[in-house]
Design a protein around this ligand. Structure first.
Ligand code: MN
Length: 202
């Protein structure tokens, strides 16, 4: 049976400095993310999830033991998180995604404010998401490693942007200052990738 593998970081560990530091990226990708991959492979072993795509597993994730949801989410959410960040990125979204954000939220500033709030007010560990349902955009947050592709998710949709607000994603550099981490994170958002996801969601 094919095993899920750890996605390599699409840039160097220090590429997102000074906003996200090298040590955080080393622990976050090489340790935390790698552990989700290893535990996900263990969790699906011997179940009929073996051989399915991860998205297919999420579609009926409630029928599996909790370890499948928690570790599978840990694998997929981090794959997406690495891909929507990049060095020399950030700034104001333009093009189709820029237009869609203004249509749905009034302005880019208002969108950023609401998305940041979703990350800031997520109690404990979890994620903030921008999702699309046929071009209709919405901001949500999920607990733990849940995501909007899972059957257990209150809100479903195609994820366009995601922010990890687990303490392991910021504690080394920002300690308890989640708000400062979020504010700085906007500087590494890869809008080209967000737009690609938006266009293929329509
Ligand atoms: Mn994480």
């Amino acid at each position: 049976m094919s095993k899920f593998e750890l996605m390599p970081l699409p840039y160097a560990h220090d590429a997102l400095e000074p906003f996200i530091d090298k040590a955080t990226m080393e622990f976050h990708h090489d340790k935390h993310h790698a552990t989700y991959v290893a535990n996900f492979n263990k969790a699906i072993e011997g179940t009929d999830a073996e051989g399915k795509t991860i998205e297919d597993i999420f579609a009926t994730v409630s029928k599996y033991p909790a370890g499948v949801k928690n570790n599978g989410g840990g694998v997929w959410n981090h794959n997406m998180f690495w891909s929507i960040m990049a060095p020399n990125a950030g700034g104001t979204p333009t093009g189709e995604i820029g237009k869609a954000i203004i249509e749905n939220f009034g302005s880019v500033e208002e969108f950023k404010k609401k998305f940041s709030e979703a990350g800031l007010t997520r109690f404990g560990s979890g994620w903030a998401w921008l999702i699309s349902n046929g071009g209709k955009l919405e901001i949500i947050s999920t607990a733990n490693q849940d995501n909007p592709l899972m059957d257990i998710s209150e809100k479903k949709g195609t994820p366009l942007l995601v922010l990890d607000v687990w303490e392991h994603s910021y504690y080394l550099k920002y300690q308890n200052r989640r708000a400062e981490y979020i504010e700085n994170w906007w500087n590494v958002v890869n809008w080209t990738e967000v737009e690609r996801r938006y266009l293929s969601s329509k």
